[in-house]
Design a protein around this ligand. Structure first.
Ligand SMILES: NC(=O)c1ccc[n+]([C@@H]2O[C@H](COP(=O)([O-])OP(=O)(O)OC[C@H]3O[C@@H](n4cnc5c(N)ncnc54)[C@H](O)[C@@H]3O)[C@@H](O)[C@H]2O)c1
Length: 97
């Protein structure tokens, strides 16, 4: 039994190094994982690397209030119960909290 069995974890910056490492750990602990990142190509590589039926991904800018709708199936259709934020702007100039 894993520490995160039946949890859905949303990971922003999910294609980055911290995001993928977090996803691997969460999957190992039984979670379903939704990766969110600006970089669609990197997201596709991350999903392929993770090679799990319990990972899904959506390209979106988490700094914006609106974005792409999540996929119609997969982990994202369940309620998110954990959040891991690892998105980081490429440059400080892009950061405007
Ligand atoms: N890697 C580490 O060991 C480590 C350790 C401590 C803290 N951190 C911090 O954690 C954060 C992530 O680190 P990392 O090494 O994974 O960086 P990274 O550059 O590898 O990944 C960041 C990801 O965030 C995405 N991103 C940026 N802006 C976004 C937005 N608006 N919407 C969606 N996605 C967006 C990028 O496309 C990228 O894939 C950084 O703030 C870093 O300082 C990292």
């Amino acid at each position: 039994m894993g520490l995160l069995d039946d949890r859905v974890c949303v990971i922003t910056g999910g294609a980055g190094s911290l995001g993928v490492a977090s996803a691997r750990l969460f999957l190992d602990e039984g979670a379903k994982v939704m990766l969110v990142d600006l970089d669609a190509a990197a997201l596709a590589r991350s999903v392929a690397d993770l090679a799990s039926p319990n990972v899904d991904a959506v390209a979106a800018d988490v700094s914006q209030a609106t974005g792409r709708a999540p996929p119609s199936s997969g982990p994202s259709r369940a309620s998110a119960r954990s959040m891991c934020s690892s998105a980081t702007p490429a440059t400080r100039a892009q950061w405007s909290p």
